[in-house]
Design a protein around this ligand. Structure first.
Ligand code: AMP
Ligand code: MG
Length: 487
């Protein structure tokens, strides 16, 4: 276990130089204080969890202090936002403080979000508010606990610094961890600004540091792109299987590592709704829940375009062609497991689709339905869950089909079925209204609810004593919360 001053830095991205990022110092927050810290994320840096409570911790991650070996940089990138190309974006309010490596030899980027203005701030103030910092923190750690690849969050630091959004709020910082903060938009930036040397340097950097096994392949860049396609297909399959809606799938928010990244107006589905749009500025539903699948491919094509200097168009097209079949295979595999099935049959796809359609029409809670389905035998569970549906004839037909399918699947005890299903069907997810309750308390200075909710979400599959209130459908006020895009 390390103390805060024992972290070891190796700032590989900073060494790429000024064409890739700009040196900027964090702008401190007034009266920094710990809102919440993740012990699991601290362990990634070998940090002793007790250091989170020290004043130095709040000073470091509130922008007051810096390690001598840190080299804070704002990265430049661009990207396609809502389908249109924006030629220059970049870290407008976040800084890559440096790269730390742990005792296992893993490198982690320390990225401080809300750290003040940079050359890429455009019209923004460089700040993040408490509300959005808490949401990013909870989402990162909750997704990770669900087994969905994501950037991680070490802590949220609150402050008394006023920040103006629709109303006056308080500034906060979230310390994000990832093996890399390189986005699709990094490649797009160097491609569209016609800087082939830097683009080649970037490609080498990503290949050497993050996809070294691709070096062994006859065409290393193509192998790397294929791997990125595969990782994205798997990540998005998990989003769809668990009802996660990202909300702003612009290419500047897509990680080159295939992890969930840059949390804005995201949401987990309460009632199943394929057409759900969590970002209320997304008037056309470009990033609606079901559109995430084709948008994943669209984003990969945008990256492919930026890689045309390195890979032939035919090879890129072929690699892009892997996305949908891989997505479907991962998705179906997960959904089978969520339904308690251990074998595969041709018709399983329509079994899943049939259920989702019924849930959609009756507004059934996606997470709780699947959790309860494993509580009892298929026979008893469908009998009990039937009341949630409006189209009873439709549900009965589905239930008959499901029971027959379960019977064909294998001979196992209810204990085994329950254990297997509960291991993939969470009881606790980050519902918007739960985040909202925790935020309201935190805004009035009480951080206990954020901390409790975080603890609960770290073990989403385990029933936790006294935590029943976190496993409920939202109350009426919490059903259709509009999450502000201004964060
Ligand atoms: P996002 O929608 O959060 O992914 O941000 C898109 C771009 O706007 C990125 O370049 C951000 O760094 C920048 N940005 C967002 N909010 C702010 C802010 N408050 N101040 C400066 N830049 C911002
Ligand atoms: Mg972003």
């Amino acid at each position: 276990m390390k103390a805060l001053d024992e972290l070891t830095f190796d700032n590989r991205f900073a060494r790429l130089g000024d064409a890739f990022s700009t040196h900027v110092l964090p702008e401190p927050l007034d009266a920094p204080r710990l809102v919440v810290a993740s012990k699991a994320a601290m362990a990634l840096l070998d940090l002793d969890p007790a250091v989170a409570e020290t004043s130095v911790f709040a000073e470091l991650f509130g922008g007051h202090k810096l390690w001598a070996e840190a080299e804070p940089r704002a990265m430049v990138y661009s990207g396609h936002q809502f389908g249109g190309y924006t030629p220059q974006l970049g870290d407008g309010r976040g800084l890559l403080l440096g790269e730390v490596y742990n005792e296992a030899g893993e490198h982690w980027d320390l990225h401080l979000k809300g750290a003040g203005m940079t050359p890429y701030s455009r019209m923004g103030d460089g700040r993040a508010v408490l509300r959005s910092s808490i949401r990013e923190f909870l989402a990162s750690e909750a997704l990770h606990a669900l087994g969905i690849p994501s950037s991680r969050a070490l802590c949220v630091i609150g402050s008394s610094t006023p920040v103006w959004r629709e109303k006056q709020e308080r500034g906060a910082m979230v310390l994000r961890l990832a093996h890399s903060h390189i986005r699709f938009g990094h490649f797009e930036y160097f491609y569209y600004t016609k800087k082939p040397e830097q683009q080649a340097e970037l490609a080498e950097h990503v290949l050497n540091l993050h996809y070294p096994e691709c070096r062994e392949q006859p065409e290393p860049y193509l192998a790397m792109f294929r791997e990125i396609v595969e990782r994205n297909a798997e990540m998005i399959a998990k989003w769809q299987a668990y009802g996660f809606c990202h909300g702003v799938m612009n290419t500047d928010n897509m990680s080159i590592l295939g992890i969930t990244f840059d949390f804005g107006p995201f949401a987990f589905l309460d009632d199943f709704d394929a057409h759900f749009i969590c970002n209320h500025s997304d008037h056309e539903g470009r990033y609606s829940f079901s559109n995430q699948v084709p948008i994943g491919q669209w984003n990969l094509s945008a990256l492919a375009q930026a890689l045309t200097p390195f890979i032939s168009v035919d090879a890129l097209k072929e690699a892009l062609g892997l996305y949908l079949p891989l997505y479907q295979a991962h998705y179906l595999d997960l959904m089978r497991r969520r339904l308690g099935l251990t074998t595969a049959e041709e018709d399983d796809q329509t079994l899943v689709e049939g259920l989702l359609k019924l849930m959609q029409n009756s507004g059934v809670d996606y997470t709780l339905f699947l959790r309860r389905l494993g509580d009892e035998s298929a026979e008893l569970a469908v009998k009990r869950l039937r009341d949630d549906f409006v189209d009873l004839a439709g549900f009965d037909a589905w239930a008959e089909r499901y029971k027959a399918r379960v019977a064909r699947d294998g001979d196992y005890t209810q204990g085994q079925r329950r254990e297997r299903m509960h291991a993939v069907n969470p009881l606790y997810i980050l519902r918007n209204y739960l985040a909202q309750n925790a935020i309201a308390a935190a805004e009035s200075g009480d951080y206990s609810e954020v901390r409790r909710l975080h603890e609960v979400l770290c073990k989403p599959f385990e029933e936790q004593a006294g935590m029943e209130q976190y496993a409920q459908r939202p109350p009426d006020w919490g059903k259709h919360l509009e999450i502000s895009c201004s964060s």
